[in-house]
Design a protein around this ligand. Structure first.
Ligand code: GRF
Length: 216
């Protein structure tokens, strides 16, 4: 079974979607450790409720970004973590962390990258006036929200949309594409070749999610 670690900073609804996937056995993985950089993250309450090992590592308790990242990686490796999932983790990770998990860190971003990278992606989409947006699960590299794309889901924007209404529409897909991606890793089907990521055996050419979701 794939051993995963999840990094969070806040609400943790994507963490919850993964927990639900594991508990319902749609995801063949075990959540070995959840780490939050924010002691008040609601995600930690979810861990308590589900008996999931969790800890808090605050950036300000370390003298440098590198030391913080080394500590994060050490904690995850100690638990045998093979795949790291960023689920609303609000920090940019650099080489000190990523070198420990090459092509094994994934992130969910609420836009069709490379559009609307960084903070408030949904607000950026509403303000720009685009007619479709969505979410992306990608491999994390040293760029910000720009690593190799694994899967994307498309949602429409409506004339009356606000940041909140669009966020909600996108979130319902986030809660499906992220657990599905974890399961693709658990099945050993994710192949990364430079910027090109292929999920072996997946059906490509489908909308609103490409490649097609299988279990979620
Ligand atoms: C999600 O919109 C995710 O795409 C973004 O941060 C938000 C986290 O939400 N990276 P939650 O903490 O998973 O509820």
């Amino acid at each position: 079974m794939l051993k995963i670690g999840v990094l969070v900073s806040g609400r943790g609804s994507n963490l919850q979607a993964i927990i639900d996937g594991v508990e319902s056995r749609k995801i063949y993985a075990s959540i070995e450790l959840v780490i939050s950089d924010n002691p008040d993250a609601y995600a930690l309450q979810r861990c308590k409720r589900h008996g999931i090992r969790h800890s808090v590592l605050r950036r300000k308790d370390f003298s440098s970004k590198d030391e913080f990242e080394e500590a994060l990686a050490e904690n995850l490796k100690e638990k045998g973590v093979e795949l790291v999932v960023l689920a609303g983790f609000m920090r940019i990770l650099g080489k000190s962390f990523l070198r420990h998990f090459p092509n094994k860190v994934i992130n969910i971003h609420p836009s069709l990258i490379p559009a609307f990278q960084g903070l408030h992606a949904q607000r950026q989409a509403v303000e720009f006036g685009v007619k479709v947006s969505g979410c992306t699960v990608h491999i994390v590299d040293e760029s910000v929200d720009a690593g190799p794309v694994i899967v994307q889901a498309v949602v429409p924007l409506l004339p009356d949309d606000t940041e909140e209404s669009l966020s909600e529409r996108i979130l319902s897909y986030e809660h499906r594409v992220l657990p599905q991606t974890v399961q693709w890793f658990a099945e050993g089907r994710v192949e990364v070749d430079g910027r090109k990521v292929i999920v072996r055996g997946a059906e490509y050419g489908t909308l609103p999610v490409n490649p097609r979701l299988e279990k979620f």
